[in-house]
Design a protein around this ligand. Structure first.
Ligand code: COA
Length: 323
């Protein structure tokens, strides 16, 4: 059976950072409130880069380090809810910048599950024998869809991009997955509503262009669905938490991840976290965390790692990968 081997982990963050104290100067909040409820201390925010710029940096590092000829890339999939344009897709902008002229490219919108959904889709093209090499990215500039006067959301999010390469191989890579959506609860977390500005359009806009979230509902959803999803993947694989080196959850909120770890009865040390310095970067958070772990020497060949994303849609997805 063909498998999708994972090669390389890279990330790109805008250099400018904003602390909780900095935010307290623009909205009525405090470092104490933000850090105690979310675990976030600072975040990187774009000042002159768009989503494609961050994705291009991460993708360029990936293919250069792997020594891939850009022309050998067959597919670029990019999970984002903050693309530069509706069209061209951000993946097409990455293709052009890197010279991956033979790749077909598209963006995938699954919010904070976007990177894992993208990995899943690329994996299927590889398993079908249609693709040998793929670049899979998650990238966001959430700062452009954040309401900077809303203290309940503007303190949570950050900008960044990360990704991996996938290559057809005989073993390793993506082993098992569990992927879900529940559109009936989609209004719990909305962003990017586009009002119809046609002179003929009569209805009132339904929503805001900015991120709007029922924080409690998302908290309850994540802490119920993610442990179930992780347990399903463990069952499919016949493994237990003892076989897993690390669990990398979407970095939304330290408290969510602590509750998930407790429900799984898994040691907290297995749950990598970098939310304190990065904030919630939606579809970029899992690949950014993986790249940071790689930089710290935490990822070893043969390790089995669980990755799990959850958020807007509502969507959630867990994957068991072998390095
Ligand atoms: N600073 C200070 N006070 C704030 C604040 C801020 N940044 N944001 C909200 N508050 C206030 C609210 O106005 C409210 O005040 P009130 O009681 O006087 O009305 C109070 O804090 C409680 O607000 P609430 O929204 O009920 O807080 P909470 O305890 O639910 O915590 C979250 C809010 C967002 C931290 C929490 O719901 C959460 O972690 N949700 C998950 C969200 C998430 O991670 N989403 C992304 C998933 S992809």
């Amino acid at each position: 059976m063909i498998r999708s081997r994972i090669i390389g982990f890279e990330r790109a963050l805008p250099p400018f950072t904003v602390t909780n104290d900095d935010l307290a100067e623009i909205v009525d909040t405090s470092d104490e409130w933000i850090s105690s409820r979310t675990g976030i201390h600072k975040r990187h925010l774009a000042v002159d880069q768009n989503t494609s710029d961050l994705c291009i940096i991460a993708a360029d590092k990936l293919i250069k380090k792997a020594g891939w000829n850009p022309l050998s890339v067959d597919l670029i999939v990019l999970g984002t809810v903050s693309p530069d344009y509706t069209t061209p897709s951000t993946a097409c902008l990455v293709q052009e910048a890197l010279g991956c002229k033979n790749a077909f490219c598209f963006d995938l919108a699954a919010a904070c599950s976007g990177f894992i959904y993208s990995l899943s889709v690329a994996d299927k093209f590889i398993k079908a024998g249609e693709v040998k090499r793929a670049i899979v990215l998650g990238g966001e500039t959430l700062s452009k869809i954040t309401d900077w006067s809303d203290r309940s959301t503007c303190v949570l999010f950050g900008d960044g991009a990360g990704g991996v390469l996938l290559e057809a191989a005989e073993e390793g890579g993506i082993l098992f997955e569990d992927i879900h959506s529940d559109g009936s609860r989609g209004m719990a977390l909305t962003a990017g509503y586009r009002a119809n500005k046609s002179p003929y359009y009569k209805a009132e806009p339904k929503s805001s262009e900015f991120i709007d979230m029922n924080g409690r509902e998302v908290f309850t959803f994540a802490t119920r669905k993610v442990p179930e999803s992780i347990n399903r993947v463990l069952e499919q694989s016949g493994m237990t938490m003892d076989d897993i080196s690390y669990v990398v959850l979407h970095q939304a909120n330290t408290r969510i991840n602590e509750v998930i770890a407790r429900k799984l009865k898994a040691p907290a040390e297995k749950f990598f976290s970098n939310i304190d310095k990065i904030g919630n970067t939606s579809g970029a958070s899992v690949p950014i965390a993986l790249a940071k772990m790689n930089e710290e020497g935490l990822l070893k060949k043969g390790d089995k790692i669980l990755i799990s994303g959850f958020g807007g849609g509502l969507t959630w997805a867990t994957m068991l990968i072998e390095l």
